[in-house]
Design a protein around this ligand. Sequence first.
Ligand code: GAR
Length: 192
Amino acid sequence: DKNIVILISGSGSNMAAIVNASLKGRWAERHGARVAAVVSNRSDAAGLAMAREHRIPTAALDHKTFDSREAFDAALMAEIDRHHPALVVLAGFMRILTPGFVQHYAGRLVNIHPSLLPAFPGLHTHRRAIEAGCRFAGCTVHRVTAELDHGEYLDQAVVPVLPGDTPEALAARVLAQEHQIYPKVVERLIAA
Ligand code: GAR
């Protein structure tokens, strides 16, 4: 069985899009694949409730209760590896991962970033795109390497930046595209 483990920190709308696609697309029958667990670094992440409604096992590991990034990542790896994942999907997971973690999941770790990489790695992508005068913005699904927001691009989607856009309005436009492309990339990888 090809287990998918999804890591979230917040609302989990990308996670929900992937879970819904897996059910609607019958990934279990067609690919032998399923979302096996959702893990968050925040116990109040809204996405955890949605996962539980789908009877998907969840876990929350509060990074603040660990002495170091390495200690947190070690606990995170132990939690993830209980599910023997074929693919680990970062979906709004807002922690920088250690090289050891990235190495451990080499070839089976992907992320979605809310910009047209290589433009705007890091935070506040929508505000920065508006301030720079970009006419287009978007999102990138990429393999995860030790360098933040780098790694092979697996798909991108483009949206216009409209006159008078706020970061929030642009974020919503981009997020709608994230929900389109991320499940497709995950299915492509899991079906390969
Ligand atoms: C998404 O826009 C995702 O691209 C972004 O956080 C949001 C999470 O939304 N990720 C990053 O900024 C990663 N540095 P969601 O929890 O509703 O999927």
